[in-house]
Design a protein around this ligand. Structure first.
Ligand code: ATP
Length: 332
């Protein structure tokens, strides 16, 4: 439990997948230009914030913190590996979001942040960014800030490239490092099976592997890149899962599979189980499978769960809205 002054504010924030992820060449600053289509799925982390006690009693998994710094606590069921993989210090993205928001509005980030994680850790579904977005929205509500969504989005973009999308939700086209967002018309629901692994892949390592593969491939011809984004946007607008399935693409997939060759089997197993298509989500290792409809997704999930190619499976749908206050909004 959070040790606190006053009631907490809780925000629910979705995971993202990339329906299209085109990675440009390395920029001078070391980043890559991206063209990506995000979709928010109904796999949610919950972020609770509460004003901290002046005395700050420390919990078992609570970082030792200085005056005026946020504290982060992990709530709910996590495997030991997941717990070990989520930092509770200033490298936690929710902590960084709290500090960024506090600085922007000129106050102390004297809060405790509780994270109840359902988004896989280091799974390519932007769970850390989701928590940062959740912390921003929850604190804006706790502190009763008169900040519009646009101002929060700007602060979000300074914390991490996927944070703005987690606030935004739905389906969106991201460019730059992924932080420049334009909403994508999508009135239809798509049904997905998400295959989670028992380990993560580090995003910088996967980008590094892509650079390595591209350099090596240049001698024998360039590494194939995914096509343009326009047909993907048309398929999303049409709501036709079969059209979208043909166009799912991720330039990072070759790198994720190179680092984790077992993913090839996972991708094949999903399609053999009846999915229309599968793709590695973001930097992996999570794989997502597009299905014709909800019942088909349930069948694919059941078969994939028994195939021994992943830790566990989830049935999900998207798009869903971005971060939302679900409890304790003091302005209501
Ligand atoms: P990316 O957004 O780069 O695709 P991801 O979805 O693969 O990342 P995350 O779950 O966001 O993976 O975590 C990546 C790493 O970020 C973790 O291994 C952990 O060290 C760190 N991290 C920082 N804050 C958090 C957080 N709130 N939840 C999970 N991981 C976090």
């Amino acid at each position: 439990m959070l040790s606190a002054v006053g009631p907490p504010v809780t925000v629910r924030v979705p995971a993202k997948i990339n329906l299209h992820l085109a990675v440009g060449d390395t920029r001078p600053d070391g980043y890559h230009d991206l063209v990506t289509v995000f979709q928010a799925l109904n796999l949610f982390d919950e972020v609770s914030v509460v004003t901290a006690h002046a005395g700050r009693p420390t919990g078992e998994r609570l970082a030792t913190i200085g005056q005026g710094a946020p504290g982060v606590e992990l709530l709910g069921d996590l495997t030991d590996e997941e717990r070990d993989a989520v930092p509770v210090d200033s490298s936690n993205l929710a902590w960084q979001a709290a500090v960024a928001l506090a600085e922007a509005v000129g106050r102390e980030p004297d809060v405790r942040i509780g994270l109840r994680k359902a988004i896989p850790v280091a799974g390519g579904m932007a769970g850390g960014s989701a928590d940062a977005a959740g912390a921003l929205l929850a604190l804006a509500s706790l502190w009763r800030l008169d900040l519009g969504r646009e101002a929060l989005m700007e602060i979000a973009a300074t914390v991490g490239s996927d944070v703005a999308f987690a606030l935004h939700g739905g389906t969106a086209l991201g460019t730059g490092r992924g932080e420049s967002l334009v909403p994508v018309l999508s009135r239809h629901t798509f049904h997905w099976v998400v295959a989670l692994q028992d380990h993560g892949l580090s995003t910088p390592t996967v980008f590094g592997e892509l650079d390595r593969l591209r350099q090596g491939a240049d001698a024998e011809g360039p590494l194939r890149r995914i096509g343009s984004v326009e047909p993907v946007l048309e398929a999303i607008a049409s709501g036709e899962a079969r059209s979208l399935a043909l166009l799912l693409g991720n330039d990072l997939q070759a790198a994720a599979v190179s680092l984790d060759p077992g993913l090839r089997r996972t991708l094949r197993a999903g399609v053999s189980a009846g999915a229309l298509a599968g793709v590695v989500s973001g930097s992996g290792p999570t794989c997502v499978f597009l299905c014709t409809d909800g019942p088909s997704a349930v069948r694919v999930a059941a078969e994939l769960a028994g195939a021994g190619v992943c830790r566990t499976v989830r049935v999900a749908h998207g798009p869903v809205p971005g971060a939302r206050v679900i409890d304790g909004d003091p302005t209501r």
